[in-house]
Ligand binder design. Sequence first.
Ligand code: C5P
Length: 222
Amino acid sequence: NKNFVIAIDGYSSCGKSTLAKALAKKLNFIYVDSGSMYRAVTLYFLRNHVDIHDPKQVEEALKNIHLNFNSRDYETHIILNNEEVSDEIRQMPVSKNVSAVSAIRQVRHEMVKQQQRMGKSKNIVMDGRDIGTAVFKNAQLKLFMTADPKIRAERRYKELKEKGEEITLHEVFDNIADRDFQDTTREESPLVRAEDAVILDNTNLSPEQQLNFALEKVNALI
Ligand code: C5P
């Protein structure tokens, strides 16, 4: 009776969190959006002008950052030192800086530690970039998601527009391409498919089709 872990990794704006949420809801698992943690750390760094090239400043900042999740539903409500920052972490200033912050070894070390604690004895779905390769290497199910970059940009653009963001499709496309480049080429646990991860290209799949695909994999394992 070990806990069941589903690790979802993949490129930016591939619909990882949409699938992860749907799975968690269906299976009654906990859902953790690991990207929101890197985003909240980035927001703190920006607000406090932390120099990411100064290990002392980074270390000091990490000591002062306390992250919590408010899990009243399957949406991500992330609390940074008593303040809910769920909306602000999705905005461009954070999106433009998060890949640089998340490439810092000390930052990853601390986040991975906290993430492993969250999944220690609970059934959990976690999405991110290194979940199957670093955080939960023994996850029972690993998915690696990908989709056509243009489709990804269009989906994310629509999402941001609906939230009233002032942004162009071009900006969204560039940010996705830039993050993918930084995330796949960094030294510290770069984004890469775990050998035992199942590839899910959702360019032409509806959210429901993706959920069914993943549920079939889960059912084959339990
Ligand atoms: O998932 P999301 O797109 O919100 O993640 C934002 C950024 O956080 C990614 O582009 C990546 O730089 C970083 N990240 C990471 N490892 C994770 C999750 C996110 O490096 N497990």
